[in-house]
Design a protein around this ligand. Sequence first.
Ligand code: ZN
Ligand code: ZN
Length: 274
Amino acid sequence: MEITLLGTGSPLPDPRRGGPATLVRAGGQTILVDAGRAVVMRLAGAGTLPVLLNAVLITHLHSDHITDLNDVITSHWVMTGIETPLNVYGPPGTQTVVDGILMMLAPDISYRLAHHTDTLTYKPKIVVTEVKPGATFAIGDVQVKVARTHHQPVEPTVAFRLEHDGKSVVLGGDGIPCDTLDEICAGADAYVQTVIREDLVKLVKNKRFLDILDYHSTVEQAAQTATKAGIKKLILTHYVPSMQPGQEDEWRAFAAKYFDGEIVLGDDLTTTTI
Ligand SMILES: [Zn+2]
Ligand SMILES: [Zn+2]
């Protein structure tokens, strides 16, 4: 199982980091988790394309996690040779968001259908499956479990556990530690968590920025969750504030205070195998 951090950024613009998106490749399946800013560029950087995705999983409907889902949809559609569904799994509300994206794309869709009358005879086909905590489903030979996370007032939000051939990875999305996250992480080989640096966020005396402290895991909290669950590899992403070049060891040290296993972090396209 190969895990690639496609986008390690956050809502804060950073020219070097795309928005939240992670790629998991396992057993011939290519699975995208979240679709933040620049996701299609980073998919290309990882050597794949939307049309090659077997599924898109969405952890929650915050804009930074879905802002380029429209690009995934369009790029997938225009590269298909025959009508091919794009399978999207996300919490309740995902269908409404996808319907809205398709409405936004309606002029573009009509232009392309009018231009490619012989070769493009169908509209984008997006098959949305809204998943609730406790749900399980399969993407090819990859088993997926869904758990509730705690990112209130954002509701609903979910984590996904992907299992293949005895290996497992949990994608925690955004949120603070909670029992259901602990449960789905238990015994997993790898755990991908979005994190913030509390010490740095607190330096910014701006109420709207300080608000983020109450619904995001700090680096230390992610490490504590990993230790509690017996995780082997902790993968950190969605760095707030943006991790600057040369700061990697500093961020790693915050996690290492509470976690003895391997800690993975870095730039976009950082890849690790379990
Ligand atoms: Zn986020
Ligand atoms: Zn969020």
